[in-house]
Design a binder for this molecule. Structure first.
Ligand SMILES: Nc1ncnc2c1ncn2[C@@H]1O[C@H](COP(=O)(O)OP(=O)(O)OP(=O)(O)O)[C@@H](O)[C@H]1O
Ligand SMILES: [Mg+2]
Length: 246
């Protein structure tokens, strides 16, 4: 498989605290990769470093053959890195449809602006995405009126509208009901293999069912990385989470 992301020796410090410590992470095109570890392990910080929200204090990142270490989130998004956050981030006063349409704007072609007459170019694909995510009936509602689970789905629709080659998902199932979690799992499982996924998730049953490779992080360091069947019996899992976890 072709390499999509290669992070080498990534480090991030807050004062004297090293929260990401010389991390190497490789993600192939289309791969489903999980990042697991206890609270404070540095998972969200690592996603920030990959998405460009934070700059590393050491190491480098190549994405799709381009060294993006020194670039910000916008150029990385244009190259194909999409992100959903630990807390859903949507525009609350815009309609659900317009949230997705705005996210699709960079792909609408030259001369597009919002909410100009080219809006239709982004509204149609946005409506299709909402349909796929089961949000079509809420298209006209302000996003701020959605339930937590629906906001999660909307945020994924927004990320997909940016046509990512890598989707960074930070605890997408947190706070979701059992039925919303089921829907989300189906959605992630059905993503086309043109999209690679880096999933941060505490629920190991979801991790094992959704991903090809699992990386275990503790205190900012990679303890182990491998297929789920290997990781679930690896000593690193107990080392990271304590005895009794599988
Ligand atoms: N802005 C900040 N300033 C100082 N320390 C921070 C900051 N952001 C995060 N940290 C610390 O960095 C460490 C890693 O945090 P991070 O949020 O990446 O962990 P996490 O693995 O995502 O945890 P969780 O599972 O709770 O989401 C923690 O010890 C946290 O307290
Ligand atoms: Mg986190």
């Amino acid at each position: 498989m072709t390499e999509l992301l290669a992070a080498e020796g990534l480090s991030r410090r807050y004062g004297s605290l090293t929260v990401v410590d010389r991390v190497d992470l490789r993600i192939a095109d289309g791969q489903r990769h999980a990042l697991i570890g206890p609270n404070g392990a540095g998972k969200s910080t690592l996603l920030d470093l990959i998405g460009g929200a934070q700059r590393p204090d050491g190491g480098r990142i190549r994405f799709a053959g381009v060294d993006v270490t020194a670039t910000g989130p916008a150029p990385r998004a244009r190259l194909g890195i999409g992100r959903i956050h630990q807390r859903p981030a949507v525009w609350p006063s815009l309609s659900v449809l317009d949230n997705v349409a705005v996210a699709a704007l960079p792909h609408a072609g030259r001369g597009s602006w919002w909410p100009g007459r080219y809006g239709r170019r982004v509204r149609r694909p946005a409506a299709e995405l909402l349909d796929r995510l089961g949000l079509a009936e809420h298209a006209a509602r302000p996003a701020g009126h959605l339930s937590h689970g629906q906001r999660r789905q909307l945020e994924i629709a927004m990320a997909l509208a940016g046509r990512p080659r890598l989707l960074l998902l930070d605890e997408p199932a947190a706070g979701l009901s059992a039925s919303d979690t089921q829907r989300l799992v189906g959605l992630i499982a059905e993503l086309p293999r043109t999209v690679a996924v880096l999933l941060v998730e505490h629920r190991l049953d979801l991790v094992y069912s959704l991903t090809d490779v699992v990386t275990v992080l503790r205190d900012g360091r990679v303890l182990a990385s491998g297929p789920p069947a290997e990781i679930r019996v690896a000593p690193a899992l107990q080392q990271a989470f304590g005895a009794g976890v599988s």
